[in-house]
Design a protein around this ligand. Structure first.
Ligand code: ASP
Length: 442
C-alpha cells in the first residue's frame, strides 16, 4: 500500500491533474492521495496558498480583497470546467467569500486551498474525499496526536479504502482548524503513511529526486538514487533544500521509505530515502552521496598559553555562548587554542560583549573573530571505515589553491566538513564534486 503526496506545482492546472490521474492509475497500491493546494504553473502564476494569505492580510487592515479572491475562484473554476467535474464548487466558494466579511480565522481561510483542491481531485479520481479536520488530530500543545489520528483512520477505513486527503491542516481538540508550517502537506503525507503502515511514501514534486549538489553551483549534478535518513539530515542541515524535518520523522520512525518523484517525468525512479542497513543491496556508483554547504559562519578563536593543562576552560567559554542563546556548530581544537564556529547572524549584534565576556571568563591571551567562513559537507555512508578519503579531499583542495580554515568529521564517519573562506565556497563545491563524482562515473 502506498501513500502518495502531490505538491502544488503537480496540481497547478487541469493538465497537471491529468498527469496525477495517470500516475495514480498506473499502480493499484496508490490508495491514499494527499494533496497540497494548487500551485504555480509558471513564473507569472501565484500559489493559491499565497493568495489566501494575501486575502487575510488585506482583511486585517480593512482593505477589500475581492479582486484577489476572484483570482482564486477563477483558478479553481477553470480546473473544474476543463475536467468537466460536477462538484458544486461555486457553493463552497460562496461560503468562503461570505465569511471573508466576518472575522475569519487565518488557519481556516488558508486551509481552504488544500480543501478545495482535494475536493476536485477526489471527484476526478473517483476516490473518497476525507477532510483532514476529521483525520489529523492535534493536541493542545500543537503536536500531532497519533493515537487519536489512527483511531479516526480506522473508523474511515471501515467504509472506504481509496482516499484523497487535503494536506497542511488538521483539527485541534475543540474542532477548530489548525494549519502546519509552510510546505506542511509533506508532513500530512508522512503522518498518513505512518498510521496506515504504508510500504512506501511517494512524494511527487517537480524535480526528479534529490541532486548530489546544488545545481546553481554544479552544472547538471547527478541525481541521488538512494540515501539514508542520516545522510539526508546532514545534507539538509548544511543547506540542501529537501523535505521538512517533521515530514521525515514519522516515516523514519516507522522505517517507511520515502520516494521523491517527478510528476512531469513519471518514468524516472527518483530518489529513495531509507535505512540501508543491508549492505548487499546497497550499491552506489560513487563513493559519496552528496555535497552541501552554507556561507556566513564566524569562527571565534580563543588562545591561551598552556591551555592544554587547564581544566574547564572550554566550558567557561561555551557558557558565554549559552547566555546569548547561540547555537554552536563546531568546536575544532588545538593544543593551546580552540575555536567556536557559529552562524554569523547569531553573534553579529553582541559580538563585542561576547568577546569581552570570554576574555574575562577564560583569562585568555587573545580572542580573534574570523568572519566570512563557509562550511561544506561531503556526505556519504560509503566513506565509513575507508582510509584515504579525507586525504584525497584535502589534497584536491590544495591542488586547486583552496585554503582550508577548519576541518571536522562526525564520529559516524558519514561526513567530512571543511571550512573555507566565503569567496571559495562555489569553487570548493565544484572541486569536490569533480573529484569524487565525475571521475568515478566516467
Ligand atoms: N499549500 C501550503 C504551502 O504552500 C502547504 C503545502 O504546499 O504543502 O505552504
Amino acid at each position: 500500500m502506498k501513500v502518495i503526496k502531490f505538491g502544488g506545482s503537480s496540481l497547478a492546472n487541469a493538465r497537471q491533474f491529468e498527469k496525477v490521474k495517470g500516475i495514480v492509475a498506473a499502480d493499484d497500491d496508490r490508495r491514499f492521495v494527499v494533496v497540497s493546494a494548487a500551485g504555480r504553473s509558471d513564473q507569472d502564476d501565484h500559489k493559491i496558498t499565497d493568495l489566501l494569505y494575501l486575502c487575510h492580510a488585506h482583511l486585517k487592515y480593512g482593505v477589500n480583497c475581492d479582486t484577489i479572491f476572484s483570482m482564486i475562484e477563477d483558478r479553481f473554476l477553470a480546473i473544474k470546467r476543463e475536467l468537466k467535474l460536477r462538484y458544486p464548487m461555486e457553493k463552497d466558494l460562496d461560503v468562503i467569500h461570505n465569511a471573508l466579511r466576518k472575522q475569519i480565522p487565518l488557519d481556516y481561510l488558508v486551509s481552504r486551498g488544500e480543501y478545495l483542491t482535494a475536493k476536485l481531485m477526489a471527484e476526478y479520481l473517483g476516490y473518497t474525499f476525507l477532510d483532514a479536520k476529521d483525520l489529523i488530530c492535534f493536541s493542545y500543545d500543537g503536536k500531532v496526536d497519533f493515537v487519536k489520528t489512527a483511531e479516526m483512520m480506522d473508523h474511515h477505513l471501515k467504509s472506504h479504502d481509496h482516499f484523497v486527503i487535503p494536506g497542511f491542516y488538521g483539527a485541534m481538540p475543540d474542532g477548530s482548524i489548525r494549519i502546519m508550517a509552510r510546505g506542511g502537506s509533506d508532513i500530512t503525507g508522512a503522518i498518513v503513511a505512518k498510521i496506515v503502515h504504508a510500504d512506501v511514501y511517494e512524494n511527487w514534486t517537480d524535480v526528479s529526486g534529490i541532486l548530489m549538489a546544488d545545481p546553481r553551483i554544479v552544472k547538471q549534478p547527478h541525481q541521488i538514487q538512494k540515501i539514508t535518513y542520516s545522510e539526508l539530515r546532514e545534507l539538509s542541515y548544511m543547506g540542501a533544500n529537501v523535505l521538512h524535518e517533521d515530514a521525515i520523522f514519522p516515516v523514519k520512525e516507522a522505517a517507511i521509505p520515502i520516494n521523491i518523484r517527478n510528476t512531469n517525468e513519471p518514468e524516472n525512479p527518483g530518489t529513495l530515502i531509507m535505512d540501508l542497513s543491508d549492505e548487499s543491496s546497497d550499491q552506489q556508483d560513487t563513493l559519496i552521496t552528496g555535497i552541501a554547504g552554507r556561507k556566513d559562519f564566524s569562527v571565534v578563536a580563543i588562545y591561551k598559553n598552556h591551555m592544554s593543562n587547564e581544566v574547564g576552560i572550554i566550558r567557561r567559554a561555551l557558557s558565554v555562548f549559552e547566555k546569548y542563546h547561540i547555537s554552536i556548530e563546531h568546536i575544532p581544537s588545538g593544543i593551546d587554542s580552540f575555536s567556536v564556529v557559529v552562524n554569523h547572524a547569531d553573534i553579529k549584534d553582541n559580538i563585542y560583549d561576547i568577546v569581552s565576556e570570554i576574555k574575562a571568563q577564560c583569562e585568555c591571551d587573545e580572542v580573534k573573530v574570523i568572519n566570512d567562513i563557509a562550511l561544506i559537507a561531503t556526505v556519504g555512508r560509503h566513506m565509513f571505515s575507508r582510509p584515504g578519503i579525507s586525504g584525497q579531499l584535502f589534497a584536491e583542495l590544495g591542488k586547486h589553491d583552496i585554503n582550508i580554515r577548519m576541518i571536522a568529521q562526525g564520529s559516524d564517519e558519514i561526513n567530512i566538513i571543511v571550512g573555507v573562506e566565503n569567496k571559495d565556497f562555489e569553487k570548493t563545491t565544484k572541486v569536490i564534486y569533480a573529484h569524487f563524482v565525475k571521475d568515478e562515473t566516467k
